[in-house]
Design a protein around this ligand. Structure first.
Ligand SMILES: Cc1ncc(COP(=O)(O)O)c(C=O)c1O
Length: 400
């Protein structure tokens, strides 16, 4: 039985997978089972920040695997201590809770917001506001927070206590605030929703308003965090600090780990409130520490900013050349989207793959670029050249 046949027969059909089997990777390239190389601008969906098989990350994982993989959170471990120190030293947070994924980190944030609402604000049924077109995960609470009905359609009844408002519209948000509002959960750049950067003025108003009303401002940095946007955290572009933020994806460079990060005043969980068997285990924390140290040692946040500017400029040239099919380019750092005027992202993603470039869509009209933060100028040029070739071969008529 081939790999794809085994998937067909034995793996649940939750993903529409591309017909390719990947067996190894190095740097920004992946290699399929036939030895063909692909330039990887997906990076495990904004996860493999150090690319593939980075020697520092691989060595840290191997060394930790030889020493101690897992003990319960009944005990202390040095790796979790060091990682919490690093994250709090480099961010607005004072305390961290470790878990295993973005959804789990957001689930923790939702629980924290409810406890805050009930015990600090005295709200019987606390409500959380999130945005239309947002994405916060696939668990019941996070899929409810997610402002996209397509992810919810088979899963009603949803979790009560969520309200959705338009993104980047402070007045619309304010209009939905009531005495029951405990928190706002929002992405600094919407990723799955189409690579939509947060508006600085809107977020600054939101920050002031939340402080005045004692509403928790919780930022979902699962996709934007750890250097992706050319700053360590997405909120740095907005000139604000959140009360709470969540991380996952890039934090472990591909090893599953998530984090719920909070300022001291809002880190109100007590023993028994929340837990995770694997959360913050030595293996995952050793990997995440290697990621953090490598981001610093190799100046990868600067690289994300510089290569992001190069990528954005190149995408801007594609907009000029391939109007009206390509409408605009937007994003921050190495989180960029190319916006089409027709729902042709899937077709273009497929053709780019045939030409050896991995990109993916964020909705039917946006092509998304989230390469490893180690990406070089030559690799950015290579990706742009492949993309230009793909667009040049497309029929010019827009099939709206
Ligand atoms: C902003 C954001 N939040 C949460 C998640 C969910 O993360 P995970 O798939 O690790 O549960 C994602 C995943 O794409 C995301 O982009």
């Amino acid at each position: 039985m081939t790999v794809q046949q085994a998937f067909e027969q034995h793996v649940m059909h939750t993903y529409a997978r591309f017909s390719v089997v990947f067996e190894r990777g190095e740097g920004c390239y992946l290699e399929n089972s036939d030895g063909r190389r692909y330039l990887d601008f997906v990076a495990g969906i904004a996860t493999c920040v150090l690319g593939h098989a980075h020697p520092v990350l691989s060595a840290a994982i191997a060394e930790q695997a030889r020493t101690l993989i897992h003990v319960s959170n009944l005990y202390y471990t040095p790796q979790q201590a060091r990682l919490a120190e690093w994250l709090t030293a480099h961010s607005a947070a004072d305390r961290v809770f470790f878990c295993n994924s973005g959804a789990e980190a957001n689930e923790g944030a939702i629980k924290l917001a409810r406890k805050y609402g009930r015990t600090v604000l005295g709200i019987a049924e606390p409500q959380i506001i999130s945005a239309h077109q947002s994405f916060h995960g696939r668990t019941m609470a996070t899929v409810t927070a997610t402002g996209q009905p397509k992810y919810q359609k088979h899963f009603h009844p949803l979790v009560p206590g969520f309200v959705h408002v338009p993104y980047n519209d402070f007045e619309a948000l304010r209009a939905q605030v009531t005495d029951a509002t405990a928190a706002v959960l929002i992405e600094p750049i919407q990723g799955e929703g189409g690579v939509v950067p947060g508006d600085v003025e809107c977020f600054q108003k939101l920050r002031r308003f939340c402080s005045e009303r004692r509403i928790l401002l919780m930022l979902d940095e699962v996709q934007t965090g750890m250097g992706r946007t050319g700053r360590l955290f997405g909120y740095e572009h907005l000139g604000i600090e959140p009360d709470v933020f969540t991380l996952a994806k890039a934090l472990g460079g591909g090893v599953p780990i998530g984090a719920l990060c909070a300022k001291e005043a809002f880190a109100i969980f007590e023993p028994g409130d929340h837990a995770s068997t694997f959360g913050g285990n030595p293996l995952a924390c050793a990997a995440a520490l290697a990621v953090c140290q490598t981001l610093e040692a190799e100046l990868l946040v600067d690289n994300a900013r510089e290569r992001g500017a190069q990528l954005a400029a190149g995408l801007g040239r594609l907009v000029e050349r391939f109007k009206p099919l390509v409408r605009t380019a937007r994003g921050r750092g190495l989180m960029q989207g190319l916006v089409l005027s027709a729902p042709r992202a899937a077709e273009i993603v497929r053709q780019a793959m045939e030409q050896g470039l991995l990109v993916f869509s964020a909705g039917p009209e946006v092509i998304r670029f989230v390469p490893p933060l180690i990406v070089s100028a030559i690799e950015v040029d290579e990706a742009l050249a492949i993309l230009e070739g793909v667009f040049a071969q497309l029929p010019v008529t827009v099939t709206a």
